[in-house]
Design a binder for this molecule. Structure first.
Ligand code: MN
Length: 335
């Protein structure tokens, strides 16, 4: 069912060079834009990624035309998927390097296990944050007693050079700040909003908010001008910064804005958005499978380490670890 990782059996290597964007796109000029200068919103369409047992996810990052938003380098939106019969979600143990994983649910119940010995249920509104550093293994699965629908996001945050070789860590935050702002509410998963700060430890300037707005209302989200942003409409179509988006689309707003208007379609009691933001990430990245690195040699070595059983183990997962895909061509080429 819905994935919380990259289960693609033949993943492409993705070279993430800062500032790469199509001709005419606004994502290539990531410099500061003077306040008041209007820039159009880029609307990015998800790639439908068929993974694992054939479930489709909406892969919004990375894209050919949009590699990262701040240090956010991977964004899957999945569900709502029916998980009440059969095993439900099953993401077998697999390795990560060089990144943090964020699991965020809108509906449902999942169980995280990792090679540090963590065993943690994930519920909507809670932040599951795993820092891979130089290497970690984890799994996620549907848990007993789950509600029938699973709906959520899987995000990765690239670790900067100074942090990416560090010790793996795991944190789960139940008690995130929720800021009531007029008729809207903003859950601060990552970063800061109106003076309320998430306890989550991240290593570059970032924001991650779930924003709930009553259907038919307009909400103006104040944002940092040095951040670029991405907005997902979680529940249905909405207008973001003047652009119509729906599930399967991502609104990308380049740096330089001081506010983003979020306008859900009417007829719904409440509409939710997920907003990611950050200072444009200046480091080149090389992503392949579940690995974020800087060079083909690092990717190849990490794959070999996984195949040879040199990554730490996850205990208790009811099934075998994920097999590595065939080695990527070396040298890895940008898509
Ligand atoms: Mn994973």
């Amino acid at each position: 069912m819905g994935t919380v990782s990259n289960l693609d059996p033949a993943p492409e290597a993705i070279n993430l060079t800062p500032g790469v964007a199509p001709a005419g796109g606004s994502g290539g000029d990531q410099g500061f834009v003077p306040p008041g200068r209007y820039r159009a919103v880029d609307v990015v369409e998800a790639r439908k990624a068929a993974i694992g047992d054939g479930t489709e996810v909406r892969r919004l990052l990375p894209q050919r035309t949009l590699r990262t938003i701040g240090a956010w380098c991977f964004l899957d939106h999945y569900g709502p998927d029916e998980v009440s019969w059969g095993p439900g979600m099953r993401v077998p143990p697999h390795p990560h390097i060089g990144l943090q994983t964020v699991s965020w649910l809108f509906q449902g119940l999942a169980l995280h296990r990792d090679s540090l010995g963590s065993r943690q249920l994930i519920r909507p509104g809670e932040l599951n944050l795993m820092t891979a550093g130089r290497g970690i293994t984890h799994s996620e699965e549907s848990a007993a007693g789950r509600p029938p629908l699973l709906h959520g996001l899987q995000l990765w945050i690239a670790l900067p050079e100074a942090e990416r070789h560090g010790e793996p860590r795991f944190a789960h935050h139940f008690d995130l700040p929720v800021v009531r702002d007029g008729t809207a509410s903003v859950t601060v998963a990552i970063g800061e909003y109106r003076g309320e700060r998430s306890p989550a430890e991240v290593f570059s300037p970032l924001a991650g908010y779930e924003v709930a707005v009553p259907g038919g209302d307009d909400f103006v989200l104040p944002v940092r001008e040095d951040f670029e942003y991405g907005v997902v409409a979680v529940d249905g179509s909405a207008v973001v910064g003047g652009a119509l988006i729906a599930p399967g689309l991502l609104a990308h707003l380049p740096a330089g804005l001081s506010e983003i208007q979020l306008s859900p379609a009417g007829g719904r009691r409440v509409a939710r958005f997920f907003v990611v933001g950050g200072v444009p990430f200046g480091e080149r990245l090389l992503m392949w499978w579940n690995l974020v690195a800087r060079s083909a040699e690092e990717i190849t070595r990490a794959r070999e380490d996984w195949v040879a059983g040199r990554f730490p183990e996850v205990h208790g997962y009811p099934g075998r670890p994920l097999a590595a895909p065939p080695p990527p061509p070396v040298p890895l080429k940008p898509r």
